[in-house]
Design a binder for this molecule. Structure first.
Ligand code: HEC
Ligand code: HEC
Ligand code: HEC
Ligand code: HEC
Ligand code: HEC
Length: 313
């Protein structure tokens, strides 16, 4: 944490402080916080053109200036590698060719609130949530991968434990090497990306809402079993049921397409997980080539389309 601030100071010393000071002289305080700026990614065609491109520069050209972040996360010069690897993937989790460190964590689950509406068992988040939480709970650096690009750049003790020395061994051929491996937490990535911590005028948008943390009591329940569904119940029945998942097969092709909401079975029956509603690669809103649904949703939530897929209300 101290390191982030030290880096920030050196980053500011590189001229940004001057920009910020100049900005401060011109703009009244109320207008200065960088809240919720529109994204510079196009959100079209590929995960490489979304905020899930951790190089933070768009594949199709344009987009944000990822170099600003070079001191805070390794730029692996590839998109998929922050999450997947073709070889030597993480064996501790049932996620596809998963390349991230999966810290073992106990989350505060939604049912701890004891609301009346939860009738089903709630367990700790399953693999299809832990993937997301491996970044969004703010406990693990966004660049903490097991297998870096290039032969022999592998550390399998990274499967559950982040290792700064290993991450520091990455040499960024495009810009400065990262010496801080920041997390999505208030003191790290959010030290720039929040209205209170941001450098006014620097262009860092507010990511506070995306830093979910380990307290899931204020989030739609995950790890919650899907109740009996169909006519006469409050839930719509997912038509297709297979061993590993059930899904709303809207085009009846017998496959769980990315634009179809699904429930995951990790051995406790069908459950809601983060990836029930979200696809981290982006889902076109109106067929190939169209802009992705906002916030990586599988279906548009206009008219509460996400909610009404499962809930019959
Ligand atoms: C030193 C301040 C600073 C830190 C620390 C920082 N960022 Fe940024 N970030 C910026 C600025 C400034 C921009 C806008 C750059 C531009 O578009 O030219 C930005 C842009 C982004 C964008 C693109 C936003 C969009 O949709 O256009 C993403 C994603 C991002 N940062 C993620 C991160 C992550 C993840 C971390 C932590 C590993 C991080 N940032 C740490 C300053 C920072
Ligand atoms: C930010 C993390 C992230 C990035 C970057 C990412 N993925 Fe994924 N990917 C995931 C997650 C999480 C899943 C599991 C989704 C689920 O639980 O159903 C997944 C699943 C997959 C799957 C199998 C299931 C499916 O949805 O088709 C494939 C294939 C895949 N990713 C390919 C890629 C490729 C190729 C890239 C780079 C172009 C990439 N991914 C980039 C997170 C990511
Ligand atoms: C993938 C299916 C699915 C989707 C999509 C979904 N839900 Fe749920 N929801 C559930 C399940 C399962 C429960 C738990 C039911 C139970 O325990 O009886 C639940 C519970 C709830 C509850 C009850 C909470 C309580 O404390 O009683 C509310 C409210 C709710 N969902 C709202 C929403 C909203 C709003 C959306 C859209 C943003 C949404 N749901 C989308 C499956 C879903
Ligand atoms: C490799 C790290 C990583 C993983 C894994 C990951 N995310 Fe993200 N996600 C980010 C970063 C970085 C951003 C940019 C904003 C921020 O800093 O939170 C982001 C942004 C988002 C946003 C906001 C998108 C927008 O355009 O405004 C959503 C929604 C999201 N993630 C959901 C998910 C879900 C759901 C999963 C799992 C299926 C997931 N993420 C997995 C790192 C990750
Ligand atoms: C039942 C469906 C559902 C589940 C499960 C779900 N989300 Fe979301 N999520 C949504 C919807 C709908 C939005 C858009 C909310 C809006 O536009 O304000 C959203 C928005 C987000 C955002 C953007 C910030 C915000 O508040 O708008 C992030 C980040 C995110 N989800 C991550 C996650 C993660 C991580 C999980 C698992 C712990 C998860 N989601 C589980 C439906 C869901």
């Amino acid at each position: 944490m101290v390191n982030v601030w030290m880096r920030r100071r050196s980053w500011m010393a590189q001229g940004v402080l001057l920009v910020a000071a100049a900005w401060a002289a011109l703009v009244p305080p109320a207008a200065r916080a960088d809240t919720d700026l529109p994204t510079k990614f196009s959100n079209i065609g590929s995960v490489g053109n979304t905020r899930h491109n951790l190089m933070q520069r768009q594949l199709s050209g344009g987009g944000p200036a990822g170099v600003t972040m070079d001191s805070f996360r390794n730029d692996y010069l590839e998109v998929c590698v922050y999450c997947h690897t073709p070889h030597a993937a993480n064996r501790t989790t049932a996620a596809p060719l998963w390349n991230r460190t999966m810290k073992v964590t106990t989350y505060q689950t939604y049912d701890l609130l004891n609301t009346g509406g939860i009738t089903q068992p709630v367990s700790q988040p399953g693999a299809a949530s832990l993937t997301c939480l491996s970044c969004h709970d703010g406990q693990t650096a966004v660049d903490s991968v097991i297998n870096m690009p290039g032969a022999g750049r592998l550390l399998d003790t990274q499967e559950t434990t982040e290792n700064a020395a290993f991450l520091n061994s990455w040499n960024n051929t495009r810009g400065p090497d990262a010496t801080v491996h920041a997390r999505l937490s208030s003191t790290e990535c959010l030290s720039c990306h929040s209205p209170s911590g941001g450098i006014p005028g620097a262009g860092a948008t507010d990511f506070t809402a995306f830093a979910i943390g380990t307290d899931l009591r204020n989030d739609h329940p995950v790890g919650v079993r899907f109740p009996p569904a169909g006519p006469g119940t409050d839930f719509r029945d997912p038509g297709r049921k297979e061993t590993r998942w059930a899904y709303y097969d809207n085009n009846a092709n017998g496959r769980a397409d990315s634009n179809e909401i699904r429930l995951y079975n990790s051995g406790e029956g069908y459950e809601v997980e983060c990836a029930s509603c979200h696809d981290p690669h982006g889902v076109p809103s109106a067929g190939p080539g169209s802009v992705f649904n906002p916030t990586f949703l599988r279906v548009s939530n206009a008219g509460s389309g996400v909610c009404l897929t499962c809930h019959s209300k």
